[in-house]
Design a binder for this molecule. Structure first.
Ligand SMILES: [Cu+2]
Length: 157
């Protein structure tokens, strides 16, 4: 949501800037062709801005945490109790070993999903998606034991 708002804001700013170009024609009236050019320029800027904001792929999928080479793509994700979080490992990624944890070690926590609430991490290979249901409200830190500092906070409401 935040991202969309920022994108719209920057779009607005961009078009303001374009619109406030110093008026170069003598009587203040612009020839039609010039207006057309300005319009075209605005359109190009808008399209570029939209393109820049649009990329993100799997991150835009609901309840999905993507994995990069040695980190999660997001720092946090909020879901409702009972919803499934999809931990997506891209085909060109690295293996990751996930569990509920702390300080780079698995550390089971009451209320955390059984699947990740183990002392032995769950391995995901490139191309895998690990679906985990978070049944209980709380804040859970999912870590990767292979990559120090690789963690994502799942907030369940
Ligand atoms: Cu990892």
């Amino acid at each position: 949501m935040m991202r969309i708002t920022i994108c719209l804001k920057s779009l607005e700013e961009t078009s303001h800037k374009t619109g406030r170009k110093p008026n170069s024609s003598p009587q203040g009236a612009r020839p039609l062709w010039q207006l057309g050019l300005v319009g075209l320029a605005v359109m190009v800027v808008v399209l570029l801005a939209l393109g820049a904001c649009g990329g993100g792929g799997a991150d835009n999928a609901p309840n999905t945490v993507s994995m990069d080479l040695a980190e999660f793509h997001q720092n946090g994700l909020t879901v409702k109790a009972g919803e499934t979080v999809h931990f997506a490992n891209p085909a060109n990624g690295d293996p990751h070993a996930l569990c509920i944890g702390k300080d780079n070690q698995c550390a089971p926590q009451p209320g955390a999903p059984d699947k990740l609430n183990t002392t032995t991490p769950v391995t995901t290979n490139p191309g895998d998606t690990l679906d985990v249901v978070f049944p209980t409200a709380g804040t859970y830190l999912v870590i990767c034991t292979l990559h120090p500092g690789m963690q994502v906070t799942i907030t369940v409401r």
